[in-house]
Ligand binder design. Structure first.
Ligand code: A2P
Length: 339
């Protein structure tokens, strides 16, 4: 458990990455009570300096024995690093908030979205998992609807940006776009196919059931976070040539009928959500507008006319913020509140 202090020693593991750099910026922007910030990455980044509140902080090499004296560590350096180093951090008395998939489905590890299940933070044993980016924005919206009309089933299709894969994937989209426009052969490094001017119906590896790992993460993580395994979820996850923000099409079947206007009302009153829905003026959430924002934006709210109790909607959130760095910092803020 986190002890009450005025200021905390905070570490960002994977500080030079796409999510790590947003974690540093989010801690600064939200004025998290950081007494000292420690930054960790691989040997490649040793000695590199990153700025925090106007001061340069040197990047250190991640090792097993670096965690003594650190109160909170935000991890986003990939599953392997989380698997190896998070238990060392927890043993040293540090609370780990881990952005990888490594610990998410471990029954000993809470999987938390502060708007949905902050109560699960009470039983952590040193490691808390930050959910998958696509799952986070979906459950922020599902929770108030579940409370209002009890969700039976969700069919989700995602349109996920390349920043979810990391810095190298963002470079790949930029490079390939230039190559295509200059009529040059396309270089493939990160994705199995060209991502520029294309959509890839594969995120992560395929599993024996024909789903990708990303799809099964959305399915399994949703019931764990919502604390209700009666909710049925099916997912198709697609990588699209967008730099930042994940968009999702949601089809939700509820037990109780709920009209689109009521959905708008319920969502507008729920934390972390902005209803942005005026189709007559072509107003709906767009990735390019939501980039850099904290909230999950919801639009295209309409009745699913093919069933008795169904709603369709389009949701967009910044995958590096609510989908990763912001959710992790909000977990840390809750821990401070509860200390
Ligand atoms: P580095 O920049 O030194 O490679 P992204 O998700 O954008 O690809 O970023 C991954 C993050 O994880 C980076 O900060 C990267 O550091 C870090 N990382 C990758 N491998 C290791 C490792 N073996 N030890 C520590 N940090 C690592």
């Amino acid at each position: 458990m986190l002890k009450k202090k005025n200021e905390y020693v905070v570490a960002v593991v994977g500080a030079t990455g796409a999510v790590g750099s947003e974690m540093i910026a989010t801690l600064e922007r939200r004025n998290f009570p950081v007494g000292k910030l420690r930054l960790f990455a691989s040997e490649r980044s040793e000695g590199k300096e990153l700025e925090f509140h106007g001061k340069a902080v040197k990047v250190e090499v991640l090792k097993e024995d670096v965690f003594a004296g650190i109160d909170i560590a935000l991890f986003s350096a990939g599953g392997e690093r989380s698997k190896t180093f998070a238990p060392h951090a927890a043993r040293a008395g540090c609370v780990v908030i881990d952005n990888s998939a490594q610990w998410r489905m471990d029954p000993e590890v809470p999987l938390v979205v502060p708007e949905v299940n902050p109560h699960d933070l009470k039983w952590h044993k040193g490691i808390i998992a930050n959910p998958n980016c696509s799952t986070i924005q979906m459950v922020v919206v599902l929770k108030p609807l579940h409370d209002a009309a009890k969700i039976k089933r969700v069919v989700v299709t995602t349109f996920q940006s390349v920043s979810g894969t990391g810095m190298k994937a963002m470079e790949e989209l930029a490079t390939q776009t230039a190559e295509v426009l200059n009529m040059k052969p396309v270089t493939l490094k990160v994705y199995p196919h060209q991502i520029a001017f294309n959509c890839l119906p594969q995120i992560d590896v395929f599993l024996p059931n024909g789903y990708t790992k990303e799809e099964m993460k959305m399915i399994n993580e949703t019931t764990k976070i919502m604390g209700d395994d009666t909710i049925r979820v099916t997912a198709t996850t697609v990588r699209v040539p967008v730099f930042r923000c994940h968009s999702e099409s949601l089809n939700i079947e509820t037990e109780k009928e709920i009209a689109p206007n009521e959905v708008r009302e319920v969502l507008a009153g729920a934390p972390g959500i902005v209803v942005f829905d005026a189709p007559e003026k072509s107003v709906y959430p767009l990735a390019i507008d939501v980039a850099g924002k904290d909230d999950t934006y919801v639009g295209r709210i309409r009745k699913d006319e093919s069933i008795d109790c169904g709603i369709n909607m389009w949701i967009v959130a910044d995958n590096l913020l609510k989908g990763a760095a912001l959710n992790a910092v909000q977990i840390a803020e809750k821990l401070v509140e509860m200390a």
